[in-house]
Design a protein around this ligand. Structure first.
Ligand SMILES: Cc1cc2nc3c(=O)[nH]c(=O)nc-3n(C[C@H](O)[C@H](O)[C@H](O)COP(=O)(O)OP(=O)(O)OC[C@H]3O[C@@H](n4cnc5c(N)ncnc54)[C@H](O)[C@@H]3O)c2cc1C
Length: 482
């Protein structure tokens, strides 16, 4: 281990073997108005933080552009290194993904692109690609407008939207990509393009679900939709009492309610390892009707002392459920995650989830959660977005979490086992694209269950070949050029 650096994070030592950034980086540093930070610089350890501590690494340099010209210069610099130096180029947004900060890479950290402007008359919102969801939600809240996105306010807009984007509004309005109007992107040659349905339509199509494969996105323009001043929402929790059987019937009734609910309802059921069965519901319908429906549904699920269902703001209620700092790019711990799209959710799966969280669980902090996302999400045509496999009904999150290093391998083994057991029910691997990883559902050289069908995959590869033939943007769910 090499020198330690002066930072609040005093215990972290820089490894000796971080590869130096190749090329004339002094000239690049002098030419940009943002920052270029190297290992050993005072800010380095702070800037390298990621949401998931397990994927935090030691890049060769972190470039924080202040203006679009800085992004252009950075890309021209990287392009000029190829093919002699095949530098790993990472792009960091909210840093919830797993490959935004890898060792020996150049990271383009977009956090200063954090402008948001709402155009209420046009039902549009424009925002910089470095925003976190909570920043966009906060700007939209006074106008009671929103687009479908996750309910963890620290997730970055860029990774989420480019990978698809699903949330409580998905049954009504589809994926985030279904609501995109325009994307501003800097291409490898430094050209700035505003692409939409008529300008660079091939690129616009590919960016709607093809991840960070094509350039550095600087701005999104999205449709936003009215949400009620108050939704009827909250959580209900069934605690596992040692002498009582697991609340299987509760889970079954929740499932049956969600199966038959209207698009106004979105719900999540979470099995906490060694802990409770917790459901969260959000009803977007007329408040009194929503209250009557949800109250009656929850009481039919089975008695519980913990029921927080009440009228609340969609923004400050359901959208900010996540614990922890709301505007930070470092999360609360170590994670190994798989996220699957399911076409059904059966009683057999309830048994698997209960068994894996209460009989074979690796610790008491990992969680299995399933969320409804069907409805409008299934209606986009393959011509509109790259995500052509829209056989969606539920989103299953296998969230392995640990704080002690000794638990790591058992948690990873558990996540992989649950993933495998759920395979028969899986339509596609949402986590691979969204989290920026490889396809986990193939195995033994077989193609996995992708969000893209064969036709969309070939089309994506053609677009990739046109805009990034050398695969310089490869730190993502990679689409190889032809
Ligand atoms: C706790 C948690 C909750 C989540 N909840 C949801 C949810 O409710 N709904 C949902 O749909 N997903 C959810 N996800 C998945 C999430 O959408 C992905 O992890 C997403 O990649 C996060 O984006 P980010 O910008 O925070 O991550 P980053 O790691 O910063 O970025 C991910 C990837 O996106 C690409 N990228 C980032 N910025 C740019 C840019 N400016 N230009 C080009 N490419 C770029 C890069 O390839 C990068 O590796 C969740 C993930 C976690 C960990």
């Amino acid at each position: 281990m090499g020198q330690s650096t002066s930072s609040q994070e005093t215990k972290v030592q820089l490894p000796d073997d971080i590869a130096p950034l190749p090329g004339d980086h002094a000239a690049l540093k002098a030419a940009i108005s943002g920052k270029l930070v190297f290992p050993g610089d005072p800010e380095y350890l702070e800037l390298r933080k990621t949401w998931n501590h397990d994927t935090m690494s030691f890049p060769s340099a972190i470039l924080q552009p202040a203006r679009i010209e800085d992004v252009q210069k950075a890309l021209v610099f990287v392009d000029s290194l190829y093919p002699e130096h095949k530098l790993d180029l990472c792009i960091a947004g909210g840093r919830h993904g797993t490959v935004c900060m890898t060792k020996d890479s150049l990271v383009i950290d977009m956090r200063r692109f954090d402008h948001v402007s709402v155009l209420p008359e046009e039902h549009l919102v424009k925002f910089g690609s470095g925003c976190l969801l909570g920043q966009v939600d906060a700007a939209c809240e006074p106008h009671l407008l929103a687009f479908p996105a996750g309910h963890n306010p620290t997730t970055g807009v860029a990774g989420l939207i480019l990978g698809g984007g699903i949330g409580y509004l998905s049954p009504q309005h589809g994926m985030a990509i279904d609501c995109l109007q325009e994307i501003e992107i800097v291409l490898l040659d430094g050209k700035v393009v505003r692409c939409n349905a008529t300008n660079y339509p091939d690129l616009f199509w590919a960016l709607r679900g093809g991840g960070g494969n094509f350039g550095v996105v600087t701005e999104f323009v999205m449709n936003v939709f009215p949400v009620p001043r108050e939704v009827y929402a909250g959580e209900a929790v069934w605690l596992p009492f040692p002498l009582l059987p697991f609340p299987r019937d509760v889970a079954k009734r929740v499932l049956s309610y969600l199966e038959n609910a209207s698009r106004n309802v979105s719900g999540q059921m979470a099995f906490v390892c060694g802990g409770p069965l917790a459901i969260s519901l959000c009803h977007f319908g007329e408040l009194e009707k929503a209250r009557a429906e949800v109250d009656s549904a929850v009481s039919s699920f089975g008695w519980t002392p913990i029921n927080t269902m009440k009228p609340m703001s969609y923004f400050s209620g359901t959208q900010r459920l996540a614990v922890g700092p709301k505007n930070d790019r470092q999360g609360p711990g170590f994670y190994f995650i798989r996220a699957l799209i399911l076409t059904s959710f059966t009683e057999e799966m309830i048994d698997i989830l209960w068994e894996e969280t209460h009989k074979s669980n690796p610790n008491n902090t990992s969680v299995l959660a399933v969320q409804t996302i069907g409805g409008k999400t299934n209606e986009a045509s393959p011509e509109e977005t790259a995500i052509s496999n829209r056989n969606f009904k539920y989103w299953m999150l296998i969230l392995g979490n640990w704080s002690k290093p000794s638990e790591r391998s058992a948690v990873i083994e558990w996540v992989n086992r649950v993933n495998k057991r759920l395979l028969p029910f899986v339509s596609s691997d949402y986590g691979a694209v969204a989290l920026g990883e490889v396809d986990h559902l193939g195995g033994e050289g077989k193609p996995g269950r992708r969000l893209y069908d064969d036709q969309a995959w070939e089309k994506l590869r053609k677009v990739k070949t046109k805009y990034d033939p050398q695969n310089i943007f490869h730190k993502n769910y990679n689409i190889p050029p032809l």
